[in-house]
Ligand binder design. Structure first.
Ligand SMILES: *[C@@H]1O[C@H](CO)[C@@H](O)[C@H](O)[C@H]1NC(C)=O
Ligand SMILES: *[C@@H]1O[C@H](CO)[C@@H](O)[C@H](O)[C@H]1NC(C)=O
Ligand SMILES: *[C@@H]1O[C@H](CO)[C@@H](O)[C@H](O)[C@H]1NC(C)=O
Length: 321
């Protein structure tokens, strides 16, 4: 501990600042330019590679578990294999990490998007005979159809994950075109012909009363973005934006949401929609929760909240796998 996590934390802050406020052509803040020049960091991909290097931990085995790195179809995978033999079949967990689709190997948010999307694909594919027993989603992002939910508005400036930063990072996964994040920030990114998705992510219908507060529902604006991105209609990006018949085959589900998180309402709405079609859902809501807390369980950024979330998640897995 010490040097590495500190560098990592500082790099993340620098990165967040850098991506949140891109340097204009006529540089108004020379000190920022100086820091970036002195560190030689001028491009996203250089920052990414620094963050990924700092985030990397060696696979270390112990007396009970063999840990090794490998690839499944070119995707880097870390395997944790118990050493002790067992007669019966073991449960297995596939953990898909977060990192806004583009960086690190954290537990936040986009791992939950991917897990929810993969679960839908597996459960709804008649060719696949082996189905999943359960899915567990930790502060997942579950849709990009409506980017003006009460939780987006209440937590626009963070903590940790601001609404603008989340949009910018998620857009890097989709395109280099700057018009997409700009349209998303005005909630006018959805293409013509996507109106049927609005009712599937309608917070005014699916959010429990206590979270609606005085917010007023306004529909996203259609067809302003040119070119239009058909990827925005893809349910792998918005697992919440599928109809009831695609939800009813889903397995036992665990969802953890945090109060102070832009993604809170995605999770809350998924709880409602799954319960409406009869899927069994366990839901933990952290009243003092912030996005990404599970990534902060070591010094110098140590949050007891991270430990509490980890314990809830592990306990649920132990009881339900
Ligand atoms: C290995 O498993 C045993 C038995 O469960 C446990 O007592 C021991 O602490 C474990 N070792 C490590 C390094 O976790
Ligand atoms: C959203 O829900 C509200 C309340 O249930 C309803 O009045 C409104 O028409 C809905 N809008 C869409 C696009 O589903
Ligand atoms: C639900 O969506 C799927 C995939 O888009 C579609 O094939 C199916 O017809 C829809 N079902 C209903 C009841 O709308």
């Amino acid at each position: 501990m010490g040097y590495k996590p500190l560098c990592f934390g500082l790099t993340c802050i620098l990165f967040a600042y850098y991506i949140y406020t891109p340097m204009p052509e006529n540089i108004e803040e020379p000190w920022k330019a100086t820091i970036l020049e002195k560190t030689g960091i001028k491009r996203f991909d250089e920052l990414f590679s620094i963050i990924i290097k700092l985030d990397y931990t060696q696979p270390i085995s112990d007396e009970n578990v063999t840990v090794m790195d490998t690839t499944f179809s070119d995707i880097p995978v870390r395997l944790y294999l118990p050493k002790r033999k067992r007669e019966s079949q073991r449960p297995a967990v596939i953990f898909i990490h977060g990192g806004a689709f583009v960086l690190g190997s954290y537990s936040d948010s986009s791992g939950g998007t991917l897990a929810a999307g993969v679960t839908q694909l597996i459960q709804n594919d008649p060719e696949l005979k082996h189905k999943l027993k359960a899915q567990a989603l930790i502060y997942p992002g579950l849709q990009v159809v409506d980017l003006s939910l009460p939780s987006h508005r209440e937590n626009e400036h963070g903590p940790l994950l601001s609404w603008k930063l989340a949009i910018k990072l998620a857009c890097l996964y989709l395109t280099q075109d700057k018009v997409l994040p700009q349209a998303m920030m005005k909630n006018q990114h959805m293409p013509h012909g996507s109106m049927q998705l609005f009712k599937l992510v309608n917070w005014s219908t699916f959010l429990p009363e206590e979270y609606k507060k005085s917010h007023v529902y306004t529909e996203p604006i259609l067809g302003r973005l040119n070119p239009s991105y058909s990827i925005l209609l893809d349910s792998r990006l918005s697992p919440l934006a599928v109809n009831d018949s695609q939800l009813q085959n889903l397995p036992l589900t665990y969802i953890l949401t945090c109060q102070h998180d832009i993604l809170r309402d995605d999770g809350l709405m998924y709880v409602s929609r799954l319960q409406n079609v009869g899927v069994k859902v366990s839901h933990d809501h952290m009243e003092d929760g912030i996005h990404g807390a599970l990534s902060f369980m070591a010094s110098p950024i140590y949050l007891k909240l991270g430990i509490r979330i980890k314990d809830k998640y592990i306990n649920w897995l132990e009881e339900n796998l």
